[in-house]
Design a protein around this ligand. Structure first.
Ligand code: ZN
Length: 44
């Protein structure tokens, strides 16, 4: 799930699974579709 975050007068979109943040909602959604949060292979 992508959550919207307000920070520094900007809106960010955060992947709830792994915590990655995007400044573009489409990028966040695209990431989420491929996110492997249940089997983390990388840590930010
Ligand atoms: Zn993710």
């Amino acid at each position: 799930m992508v959550t919207q975050v307000e920070r520094d007068d900007m809106t960010w979109y955060s992947c709830e699974g792994c915590g990655l943040m995007f400044d573009n909602r489409d990028d966040a959604k695209r990431h989420e579709e491929h996110c492997n949060a249940e089997e983390p292979t990388y840590i930010q």
